[in-house]
Design a protein around this ligand. Structure first.
Ligand code: HEC
Length: 160
């Protein structure tokens, strides 16, 4: 009996751990329009962290290409990409997740970087050595949780 209980506890701990496991960049399920329905990290995002990542040069640096009125105190936004005011009126959460993870699936040939991708690059190599590196060694630009935080922030940007 005791053993059955501890087995049940172990099983539920495993279930929680599996739930919280991130989807690997090469396993993300994009639909034919580039949307991704499920959380990449298995966890909800944190909109405040997402806002910080959006404006931070060392994390997302989205602001180098996109202005957002909600972050008007972040200096010198770029205008290479569209303003993201009202972005949640234009796209669903799944579509926004797909755009942030890999915008190339939604916009063929866009200059927006793929933030959650490790393969499909042209000849990735170590700087200066010119040696090719294995795909497993490549880290995506953002973690699964950072993508979810950004998605949580972007879905708050509504105008209607
Ligand atoms: C190098 C510039 C660049 C960077 C950096 C960039 N984007 Fe973009 N983004 C674009 C462009 C350009 C588009 C419009 C798509 C197109 O036509 O290529 C776009 C489109 C989008 C859209 C859809 C916009 C709409 O209103 O329809 C979202 C959402 C978005 N980007 C989010 C982000 C986030 C989040 C980051 C940071 C993690 C980011 N972008 C970083 C250039 C960029």
């Amino acid at each position: 009996m005791k053993r059955a209980i501890s087995a049940a506890i172990a099983a539920s701990i495993l279930a929680v751990a599996a739930n919280a496991e991130a989807v690997a960049p090469s396993d993300v399920a994009y639909d034919e329009y580039g949307a991704v329905a499920a959380s990449l990290s298995g966890q909800p995002g944190n909109a405040e962290e997402g806002a910080t990542a959006f404006g931070s040069k060392s994390i997302g640096n989205c602001v180098s290409c996109h202005a957002v009125t909600a972050l008007a105190d972040v200096p010198f936004p770029g205008n290479v990409g569209p303003s993201l005011d009202g972005v949640a009126d234009r796209w669903t959460e799944a579509e926004i997740r797909g755009i942030v993870a890999n915008a190339k699936k939604t916009y063929d040939g866009t200059i927006m970087p793929a933030f959650y991708q490790v393969d499909g690059f042209t000849r990735p190599g170590k700087a200066y050595t010119g040696k090719a590196i294995a795909v497993e060694e490549i880290e995506p630009l953002l973690s699964a949780q950072q993508i979810e935080d950004l998605v949580a922030f972007l879905v708050t940007l509504k105008e209607e």
